[in-house]
Design a protein around this ligand. Structure first.
Ligand code: OAD
Length: 253
């Protein structure tokens, strides 16, 4: 039996499945990853822009970068990987088994593909908030008229995402950690697995006895039992179709 067939069997037999995704799952929707070769923006390293310090020093620059990414996410479409994960959830739930999708992505594509049990560990880029009051707004799908954009309470608008050095939303992290207690299969898709606490979920799952599987064209930092080397948009639809039948990854009507 090859590794793909082993994972197919694990998907068929699992009582509870948790999937952790990163930027790689949206790469085939045309969205840039953070650490990939095309990640830099106008000579800026995204890892330096995604910080409260960068926003304090140059709110216009950070606002412009995030506005471009916000519009990119809104214009992008879920790809076969997102669609396969939504199908996987439907199959497992219909069979009375548990499923949770934990994502580090802020682009909203999992929900748009039909996934329901989604934990967004790093927030969402389509919602912004006043940096002084914290009041949230959902801006229209058009570019901001100015950078930074004035917030409703006298501050600047900033994206409702988690920046380096900021705490993750506690309810989201608690839900992800609680799932480690019931999952027996943990699938890691399209993340370099270097950002904590998200990457720590993989170690936590293994420590609690789950089988850990990675789907990624490049081996990541994650310590997993099985690596499926390839693109998420190729491998995930194949896995779901093999486990649950042909055509099982089609979009929900
Ligand atoms: P990275 O950019 O660090 O890693 C992207 C991963 O996706 C790499 O391991 C690639 O090999 C893989 N990849 C690329 N194309 C793929 C494909 N078609 N199918 C599957 N995998 C593919 O992105 P993340 O690990 O998501 O945090 O980054 C984690 C966090 O660091 C982000 O959420 C963000 C960032 O700074 C914050 O903004 C707080």
């Amino acid at each position: 039996m090859d590794d793909l067939e082993r994972v197919v069997t694990a998907l068929r037999e699992a009582r509870g499945v948790v999937v952790l995704t990163g930027a790689g799952v949206s790469a085939e929707s045309g969205l840039r990853t953070f650490r990939g070769p095309d990640g830099w923006w106008r000579g800026h390293d995204p890892l330096r822009l995604a910080t409260p310090e960068a926003f304090a020093a140059d709110p216009a620059l950070v606002s412009e970068w995030y506005d471009e990414r916000r519009l990119g996410a809104l214009a992008a479409h879920p790809n076969p990987a997102h669609i396969a994960l939504a199908a996987l959830e439907r199959h497992l739930v219909a069979a009375g088994r548990r499923f949770l999708l934990v994502t580090q992505n802020v682009d909203g594509l999992h929900r748009r593909a039909g996934s329901r049990a989604v934990v967004e560990l790093h927030g969402t880029i389509t919602v912004w908030r006043d940096h002084r009051s914290g009041r949230r707004v959902t801006p229209p799908a058009t570019p901001f008229a100015s950078h930074p954009q004035p917030g409703p309470d006298g501050g600047h608008l900033r994206p409702d995402v988690v920046w380096f050095g900021e705490a993750l939303p506690s309810a989201a992290l608690a839900e992800a950690e609680a799932a480690l207690g019931w999952c027996d299969l943990f699938v890691v898709v399209g993340t370099s697995a270097v950002v904590y606490p998200a990457a720590g979920l993989i170690e936590g799952a293994a420590a609690q006895g789950a089988r850990c599987v990675e789907v990624n064209p490049e081996p990541s930092a994650a310590n997993v039992h099985t690596r499926l080397v390839g693109r998420a948009g190729d491998l995930l639809p194949r896995l779901v179709a093999r486990a649950f039948g042909a055509g099982s990854s089609s979009t929900q009507a």
